[in-house]
Design a protein around this ligand. Structure first.
Ligand code: DOR
Ligand code: ZN
Length: 431
């Protein structure tokens, strides 16, 4: 949390890898932030120790603040699981300085008042709310997109459900296009999902769980691309999970359609066959795919078909998640493990260029919602994250800033994390 009475000090990081996708910079160097929050050349002499915070340890990487275009902060509604303050603290702990909140709140985020409330919240990260495509996310009438955009909604989505009716989706996309806003879709066809909760895998058979077929996503992506072709509106597919969907997006992009897609760290790192048992903390929508799906998602990111990461941070109460696969709600938290998992899988294991990794967390998410991304350039207002990408740590959800604990990585040792963020003149160090 920001402490109001802290007098801001200058910050000096003498040795770090400076990774800045805004100017393709990846080099060792020093970084200095003035007491009033600007990136500046290192002064000589340095300010006195009483007016300076020095962060000096081996293995640091500094990046502009990360942006997550897919988080659920549950306010209003399920604030027992998360609220704007706790969710933002979790985001800042994870190295994020900007987030896009999803509108499946209760009530749904379909009024300008609610959008303004979220937009103006003073929290540890900047909140850029999305708003509903349809009133109450019911899939029927198009929401008041113009006044929602005017109030500060950066994009439209009914996340948690797709807009299944093609006529409604067409109207949504035509109106969003006029506003120059992207429509994001939770591409899952309910008529094909039919109550499925898990992809075909040993745990599905062991516990006789209803299967969630890949076609539920693939056919939804096909439908959405058809609407994109009809309307010319920018389309963004949320949390892609299947090889077949990657191929459809690749083809659509070859055709010149304005289609993008995000991938979550969990869909990149885990497959359905890794699910250890009847544990609700492994249940999410869309579910974990096959090894072939994981491979296709990684390849899609490496060849640029898929061009951003997002967490789909989905907090749920401990009680609701303790009910086993069949009864637990869909969703897992991800903000506080995102840096470590995504760096480990994509950079360490798959050889993604560090600057591409940074583009997928910084440049492209900001571009999607029409914001200039933060930069480490001298003269800029400092908005950045300090990462320790080689640090090994054991995931203890009870130590998270998130109110919830629904993560498949509880107790696992992972490598890489954020150790601080800097934003709006304040250094924030969680640990
Ligand atoms: O797993 C998910 N959880 N997927 C969604 O689309 C919604 C989210 C939630 O709100 O919990
Ligand atoms: Zn979703």
């Amino acid at each position: 949390m920001l402490k109001k009475n802290d007098t801001p000090k200058a910050v000096y990081i003498p040795h770090a890898r400076l990774l800045d996708p805004s100017c393709d910079r990846d080099e060792m160097g020093a970084l200095f932030i003035t007491a009033d929050g600007k990136i500046a050349p290192v002064p000589n002499p340095l300010p006195p120790a009483s007016k300076l915070t020095v962060i000096d340890r081996p293995g640091l990487t500094v990046v502009p603040g990360l942006c997550d275009v897919h988080v659920h902060f549950r306010e209003p509604g399920l604030t027992e699981a998360e609220d704007l303050v706790s969710g933002s603290a979790a985001a800042a702990n994870g190295g994020f300085t900007r987030v896009v909140t999803m509108p499946n709140t209760s009530p749904a985020t379909d009024t300008p008042e609610l959008v303004r409330y979220m937009r103006s919240a003073q929290t540890a990260v900047s909140i850029y709310p999305s708003a509903c495509c349809t009133t109450s996310r019911a899939g029927g009438a198009c929401a008041a997109l113009e006044s929602l955009a005017e109030a500060g909604a950066v994009c439209f989505t009914d996340d948690g459900a797709m807009v299944s009716n093609p006529e409604v989706m067409k109207v949504v996309m035509l109106r969003a296009k006029k506003l120059n806003k992207v429509v994001m879709d939770h591409a899952v066809r309910p008529d094909i999902q039919k109550g499925g909760v898990i992809r075909d895998c040993p745990v599905a058979h062991a516990f006789d769980l209803p299967i969630f077929p890949a076609e539920a996503e693939i056919e939804a992506v096909r439908d959405d691309i058809a609407r994109c072709r009809e309307t010319g509106c920018a389309l963004h597919i949320q949390h892609l999970s299947c090889a077949g969907s990657v191929e459809l997006i690749r083809e659509a992009q070859k055709e010149g359609l304005p289609v993008t897609a995000e991938v979550t760290p969990h869909h990149l790192a885990l497959a359905a066959e890794d699910i250890p048992g009847n544990d609700g903390n492994w249940r999410m929508n869309p579910p974990l795919g096959t090894r072939e799906d994981v491979k296709a998602l990684r390849e899609g990111l490496l060849d640029g078909t898929l061009s951003l990461f997002a967490t789909d941070h989905a907090p749920h109460t401990r009680l609701s998640k303790s009910k086993g696969f069949r009864a637990a709600p869909f969703g897992i938290i991800g903000l506080e493990t995102a840096v470590g998992i995504s760096w480990d899988v994509m950079v360490r294991q798959c050889g993604m260029a560090p600057l591409t990794w940074a583009k997928y967390w910084i440049t492209n998410p900001n571009k999607l919602i029409g914001l200039p991304p933060p930069t480490l350039a001298e003269g800029a207002r400092a908005e950045l994250a300090i990462l320790a990408l080689d640090d090994e740590w054991t995931v203890d959800p009870e130590a998270f800033a998130s109110k919830s604990a629904d993560t498949p990585w509880a107790g696992a040792t992972i490598r890489g994390k954020a150790i601080a963020t800097y934003r709006k003149g304040h250094l924030r160090q969680p640990h």
